[in-house]
Design a binder for this molecule. Structure first.
Ligand code: B12
Ligand code: SF4
Ligand code: SF4
Length: 355
């Protein structure tokens, strides 16, 4: 790529103003700067891994060394422009978590961060070494975001901003560019509140800011590849994919959650307006081709059709009635043993309820 001749160098403060203005112009809702260096909460992260809270998410342990220091994932970079993009916390609750109803946020954020990078290069008139991250590398994004002044760690572990709540994605553009760091967010606005801990159906928030992912419905319905432990299935309730409960009950979200503004995050047709049982039945009836078409570019593809069908049987086991017996009986012949086992569990539950 050829760049225009170098513009006169901007001092870090002016460059930072310009970089943030470009981030806001691209639609990001928050932007802050952190100097790269040792991660302040790396010990917390490692203690979390050692406790076994990551479950099957082996990829987290593989990057552990680099997560200790934010200069390591992309050597040569010095600063991060950390951004947040809201995904509409005022949208109604439903069987699919808000973050997963539209286009995959990795792609949406990555596109915008790459454009931001290009714009900064145009402004300075030369290439800038750098890389965008949206869950795509060994970076503790919440840690970096807190250091860039974007919010505090809520007791539910989500990063919360005092005027936006927590229904936003985080992303970072790490750059070899002198910028002026923001002050790290210092205040803990949770106080004595424990609403998220009390509301979690599975008791996954084992202590303030400590999440046992292996009990979290988000993990169980998205990341877990095998069986959902039988003892936890009834607690999953109507949640087919992901979970927003500990965010929904948070007073900061009750007050400050924003209307959906990013068109890419609007619910796709296959989900729009469907209750949990209807959606679960639709998913159980889907072929692989129908699944690929309905969920193209969706974050829900991560669970694959077998994972979604497993989740759908659990939902019907929890909410289903006699009308659901046919589809569950058909699922006893599913090609996936995982789906067959969960369908048998669900059928037994429905029959017990209907007796
Ligand atoms: C693995 C993962 C998960 C796992 C584990 C979540 C977890 N809390 O650890 C599962 C699958 C359960 C999950 C679920 C969700 N996730 Co997730 N997930 C991640 C991922 C890839 C890594 C997180 C991680 O490293 N966890 C390990 C723990 C130890 O780290 P941590 O939660 O970040 O906690 C830090 C601080 O809290 C601090 N800390 C820990 N304990 C203590 C104690 C004290 C006293 C202090 C001061 C600090 C402190 O240290 C930690 C390390 O820096 C990040 C992206 C990324 N690369 O960071 C997205 C990310 C955290 N997830 C995100 C989202 C949106 C979700 C869901 C809301 C999706 C959904 N609706 O289902 C839920 C929320 C569940 C919840 N209550 O956290 C967003 C969060 C945005 C935000 N506002 O915070 C992220 C940042 C993705 C993104 N790019 O936007 N997720
Ligand atoms: S996402 Fe759901 S299951 Fe996970 S900690 Fe929050 S309330 Fe509990
Ligand atoms: S519900 Fe209460 S304790 Fe939990 S994150 Fe929100 S303010 Fe903090």
């Amino acid at each position: 790529m050829s760049c225009p001749p170098s513009a006169p160098a901007l001092d870090p403060a002016a460059m930072t103003r310009l970089a943030k203005a470009q981030a806001y112009a691209l639609g990001f809702h928050l932007a802050g700067v952190a100097a790269l260096g040792p991660s302040e909460t790396a010990d917390r992260f490692e203690a979390w891994l050692d406790a076994g809270y990551a479950g099957e998410m082996d990829y987290l342990a593989r990057g552990a060394e680099k997560r200790r220091d934010t200069r390591l994932p992309k050597p040569g970079t010095t600063h991060a422009l950390v951004v947040a993009l809201d995904y509409g916390g005022r949208e109604p609750s439903g069987p699919v978590a808000r973050y997963a109803r539209g286009e995959d946020y990795h792609d949406v954020m990555d596109r915008r961060l790459r454009e931001l990078h290009r714009r900064l290069e145009r402004e300075v008139g030369h290439q800038i070494d750098g890389k965008p991250y949206v869950d795509t590398g060994p970076l503790l994004e919440r840690d970096l975001a807190r250091r860039a002044g974007l919010g505090w760690f809520g007791k539910n572990t989500n990063l919360l901003h005092p005027a936006r709540g927590s229904f936003f994605f985080l992303g970072a553009l790490v750059l070899d560019l002198a910028l002026e760091p923001d002050a790290p967010f210092a205040t803990d606005h949770c106080g004595s509140c424990t609403r998220c801990i009390d509301a979690c159906p599975t008791g996954a928030i084992v202590a303030p800011r400590e999440l046992d992912a292996t009990r979290c419905i988000s993990y169980l319905t998205i990341e877990q590849r095998g069986e959902i432990p039988a003892a936890l299935r009834p607690l999953v309730g109507e949640l087919l994919y992901g979970c927003d409960i500990c965010q929904e009950v948070c007073p900061w979200n009750v007050k400050f959650a924003q209307a959906l503004e990013v068109p890419e995050f609007a619910p796709r047709e296959v989900l729009a307006g469907k209750d949990a049982r209807t959606l679960a039945r639709d998913i159980l009836a889907m072929t692989q081709e129908e699944f690929s078409r309905a969920f193209s570019r969706s974050p829900m593809k991560r669970a694959k059709l077998r994972g979604l069908k497993r989740n759908a049987t659990v939902v019907l086991g929890n909410l289903g009635a006699s009308e659901d017996v046919t589809v569950l009986t058909q699922s006893l012949d599913d090609s996936e043993p995982l789906v067959r086992e969960h369908a048998a569990w669900a059928l037994a539950r429905v029959r017990r309820r209907e007796r």
